[in-house]
Design a protein around this ligand. Structure first.
Ligand SMILES: [Fe+2]
Length: 212
């Protein structure tokens, strides 16, 4: 019974594909398809430690603050493309990340002001026409009550398009993290990324889709 319905579905799809192949694809079809093709990256709470004042050094490299170099933890490159739901790069979007240092301390007075001054803790990158961004930072470390994560915010002009958190695939703390557990399967896949070995540390690809 199931087989029958799946084969009739297949023939329907094959039929539709044939029709589409021989007729010109109308513009509305492409737009409608594209809109359903990409789901926006799920949002998550900002958390209590977004910087009150941005550090004077707030570039893409969180491991170099002025002339100081932060050498704790593992070097991690976070990179990807910011697109809208149609897959078009969102030129001019600004991606921000912030995270705690290797000992689990944020640069924030409400977190005790204990963060290592050599760790920049916050960075932002404005994307160009290709939508690409890239950060060099530390593979996120756990702190009391949370699995390792990096906070992410995307702005366009004065508008906040997205606030979310990025997780490390395979980290044993994920299953015990209340925020991570709230995500459904699709949301987990979007926010929980593999950190794979690269020439310099590890690298995570984090595509960001926003409603621009
Ligand atoms: Fe956090």
């Amino acid at each position: 019974m199931q087989q029958q319905s799946s084969s009739s579905r297949r023939s329907l799809l094959a039929h539709s594909a044939g029709v589409l192949a021989i007729t010109a694809t109308p513009a509305w079809f492409t737009a409608a398809q594209a809109q359903t093709a990409l789901r926006p990256t799920p949002s998550q709470s900002e958390g209590p430690f977004y910087p009150i004042a941005l550090p004077s050094d707030n570039d893409f490299d969180l491991l170099r603050t002025g002339n100081a170099v932060y050498q704790k933890g593992q070097v991690a490159w976070i990179e990807g493309v910011v697109t809208d739901t149609k897959g078009m790069p969102v030129s001019g979007a600004v991606v921000e990340i912030w995270q705690c240092d290797h000992e689990g301390n944020y640069h924030h007075p409400r977190d005790g002001g204990k963060a290592d001054p050599h760790f920049q803790g916050f960075g932002k990158v404005a994307v160009g026409k290709d939508g690409r961004y890239r950060f060099r930072t530390m593979k996120p470390a756990p702190y009391s009550g949370r699995t390792p994560h990096i906070h992410v915010k995307v702005r366009l002009d004065r508008k906040e398009l997205l606030t979310t958190q990025l997780y490390v695939a395979g980290d044993q703390g994920n299953d015990r993290d209340s925020l991570w557990r709230r995500l459904d399967e699709r949301e987990r896949a979007a926010l929980t990324r593999a950190f794979t070995p690269s020439a310099d540390g590890v690298r995570a690809d984090f595509p960001i889709v926003v409603q621009a």
